[in-house]
Design a protein around this ligand. Structure first.
Ligand code: SF4
Ligand code: SF4
Length: 487
């Protein structure tokens, strides 16, 4: 470890004066890095393919914020479905709490976009240009030269291209790929807003992945800072087996006639530190900077293999397991998080299953009281608000029913609604005053019962039916008497 890194007492990536130490990780081989690379490839593949793949004629993921419609894996949502987003967010948060309490920061090490893009794209490019960690540190100690400047320019150019690629894919989630290609063809002047977004995201990603890197996880990310309250002694985290590893020290052969010094399995080679993306020494115990990437496990396993000792000096284990020898899964926080997750997940599943392709809401036009028309009929007027969530034009049929003999006018009884649009349908219901009087005031002193107007809306494309109802308002008894004489 360079002298300047040893001096740091605050953070592994910071000198005591607050200036930055750029961490150059050593490459590592092993089972964890192999499976992480498989996961990284799948996630990056999904990220770039999601706006391109079509399901039911629409992109697999298309967040059309401008039109307030969202396409997710063949389903379409609109602004009325915002509560589903809330349920989804709750499910995600509770699953994160549960996984963290159970297995530590696996989200960070395996699936967080910050780690995925950095470790799968930017770090390999850096190694390809700059060489191994040792070569990097050697070059850093040498004075500036044409070769160094050339390498720097090549590396930063490649970083900028990668950042631009990620930024373009990000914007494609919001404008769809064909529209985006058309926008690029027409030039920035014609589409200033998406152009500025793309430039801003490119610069942000470039800054983040070329320089800021692990500082995002250590300094900015709120999830990282909450670890101490999410873990407990039974959480399975990246752990150094202190009892097996200590006392650490370089391998030394005893001199003839001397007793071999008591030594643990750790040979203090520091490979576990050199491969760590946040530059920490896991032998000092679990630290806030640990991303649970397991690179130190792979590195130490490699060393143990060479020494012909059992793997697992650094391994995934809980603190209890290392001290008492027992792993405990069920404990109050796991049960609470699991129950909360199951509730949120069930509510989300139920809501998605019950979700319909349209919404209806019926109301009375404000200020419009019941009125008497055609001499002897009492009329009510209603307004039915129909919101279609269909991605194509859809025909709806609207029906209303009331008491036998009621005069009902639905305007229009069938309506074609544009994709993700809404319409208002007016419904007028009239009933003979005498009939109404009988129902309301049939017996002296009887309290009025208010009959309801039933409405049915049928999606003629999907045959989905929605029913709703609203009360019929009648004038008071005296008003009826005034017009008609004695009831
Ligand atoms: S890699 Fe293993 S042996 Fe080497 S310093 Fe780390 S814990 Fe010790
Ligand atoms: S200590 Fe190990 S698991 Fe934690 S960030 Fe460093 S290398 Fe990854």
């Amino acid at each position: 470890m360079p002298e300047e890194e040893k001096e740091s007492k605050i953070m592994s990536s910071m000198r005591p004066d607050g200036s930055r130490i750029m961490i150059r990780t050593a490459d590592v081989k092993g089972r964890y890095i192999f499976w992480r690379r498989v996961v990284f490839a799948l996630l990056i593949g999904f990220y770039f393919a999601a706006p391109l793949i079509k399901i039911n004629g629409n992109p697999a993921v298309f967040l059309d914020v401008a039109q307030r419609r969202f396409f997710l894996f063949g389903k379409t949502f609109n602004a009325q479905d915002f509560w589903i987003v809330l349920l989804f967010a709750l499910t995600f948060v509770f699953s994160l709490l549960l996984i963290t309490a159970w297995r530590g920061r696996v989200w960070c090490g395996w699936t967080c976009p910050q780690v995925v893009f950095l470790e799968a794209l930017f770090r390999p490019v850096e190694r390809w240009v700059d060489g191994s960690r040792e070569q990097c540190l050697k070059a850093a100690a040498q004075p500036r030269s044409v070769g160094k400047v050339f390498k720097f320019i090549i590396k930063q150019t490649l970083f900028l291209l990668l950042a631009a690629l990620i930024a373009h894919a990000s914007v494609a989630f919001f404008v769809s790929v064909p529209v985006y290609i058309e926008m690029i063809r027409e030039g920035p002047a014609a589409h200033l807003s998406p152009f500025l977004w793309t430039v801003a995201l490119t610069l942000l990603f470039f800054f983040n992945f070329s320089w800021f890197r692990e500082q995002f996880c250590v300094v900015l990310c709120p999830y990282g800072r909450m670890q101490s309250v999410l873990h407990d002694q039974d959480s399975v985290v990246i752990s150094y087996d202190y009892s097996r590893g200590e006392p650490r020290g370089k391998l030394a052969k005893p001199k003839p006639g001397e007793e071999a010094p008591k030594q643990g399995d750790c040979i203090d080679c520091k490979r576990c530190i050199y491969v760590c993306p946040t530059g920490i020494d896991i032998r000092s115990g679990l630290q806030m900077e640990c991303l649970a990437c397991a690179q130190c496990i792979d590195a130490c396993d490699e060393v143990m293999q060479k020494l012909k000792k059992p793997k697992g000096l650094i391994r995934q284990a809980s603190q209890q397991e290392l001290t008492v020898g027992k792993r405990r899964f069920f404990r109050p926080r796991i049960v609470i998080y699991a129950v909360a997750f199951l509730i949120a997940f069930s509510a989300l599943g139920f809501s998605l299953a019950r979700r319909q392709s349209f919404e209806v809401q019926v109301s009375r036009p404000p200020g419009l009281a019941p009125w008497i028309a055609e001499g002897s009929k009492i009329y009510n007027q209603y307004k039915l608000h129909l919101v279609s969530k269909q991605p194509e034009k859809t025909l709806y049929k609207v029906e209303a029913s009331f008491l036998e003999g009621a005069d009902i006018i639905v305007g229009p009884p069938q309506a074609e609604v544009e994709p993700f649009s809404d319409i208002h349908i007016h419904i007028r219901v009239g009933i003979e005053r005498e009939r109404l009087r009988e129902i309301f005031y049939g017996e002296e002193g009887q309290s009025p019962t208010l009959p309801e107007v039933q409405m049915r809306v049928l999606n003629l494309q999907t045959q989905e039916l929605k029913k709703t109802s609203i009360r019929f308002i009648a004038p008071g008894k005296s008003a009826l008497q005034e017009k008609e004489g004695k009831p």
